[in-house]
Design a protein around this ligand. Structure first.
Ligand SMILES: NC(=O)CC[C@H](N)C(=O)O
Length: 238
């Protein structure tokens, strides 16, 4: 049946690559830069081809997490909606961990479809021992294709844990087990390739996300009123 994946061994998932540590390679100038394409990322995952899940890729951005703008995420949200409306079983977004919780939460607020959208990344880049990107990407694809995850909104899958976008935050600068859901814990786990939801929320919240302008401090009343009018909603007066 179109758009209805089995628990595993089937399904069609689109991976949007946005950059971050998971996509980094050594640069000539020293250090690492997010240079791997989404295709290269997916090709480097052991065991992914054997899952039977059909994976398509969109090479969306190649930047560090902090360089993603609101416009980038708005464009991502629209592209994701298009792919879900086209009948894929789920979507994976790979990006820098520093802003995973922000991307996931913003996508979640506007996500009304039943298919899962899963955000993941890596704490150790592909040049390091124990790089966690391939395992995180494999688990993310398995969750995105899973019937278990349908209706849960946007999820963050990291270290074989499945977190709700509305709860999760990055809690450590270097530890691969950095994503934590303080209020309620993870929704579930990926156990030897099988997503298991053990903590299903009774409901979730979506909103019509308004256009918001960020206002720097020091403006007078005229500037603030004009900016609120242009935003067509509310603003954040700093
Ligand atoms: N582990 C990471 O992905 C962090 C790398 C970088 N600070 C970023 O957010 O893109």
């Amino acid at each position: 049946m179109a758009g209805l994946a089995a628990d595993k061994d089937s399904g069609r998932v689109v991976v949007f690559g946005l950059g971050g540590t998971i996509a980094m390679t050594a640069s000539d100038a020293g250090g690492v830069v997010p240079a791997l394409s989404a295709d290269e990322l997916v090709a480097a995952v052991p065991g992914l081809a054997e899952t039977g899940i059909a994976v398509e890729v969109e090479d969306f951005r190649r930047v560090p997490g902090a360089s993603l703008s609101f416009d980038d995420i708005a464009a991502l949200s629209s592209a994701v909606r298009g792919r879900l409306a086209g009948g894929v079983d789920g979507v994976v977004v790979t990006q820098g961990t520093d802003t995973i919780e922000e991307t996931a939460y913003l996508l979640d607020l506007g996500h009304g479809a039943v298919q899962p959208v899963v955000v993941t990344g890596a704490m150790r880049n592909p040049t390091l021992a124990g790089a966690d990107g391939p395992a995180n990407l494999l688990a993310a694809v398995q969750v995105a294709a899973s019937r278990q995850a349908r209706g849960l909104g946007v999820l963050v899958v990291f270290g074989d844990e499945i977190h709700a976008a509305s709860r999760v935050s990055k809690a450590h600068t270097t530890n691969p087990a950095t994503f934590r859901s303080a209020n309620g814990g993870p929704l579930g786990y990926v156990v030897e390739g099988e997503p298991r939801i053990v903590n299903r929320p009774a409901s979730r919240t979506t909103v019509a996300v308004p256009k918001v302008d960020l206002i720097a401090g020091g403006h007078d009343d005229t500037t603030i009123r004009a900016t609120f009018a242009r935003a067509g909603g509310y603003g954040n007066a700093g």
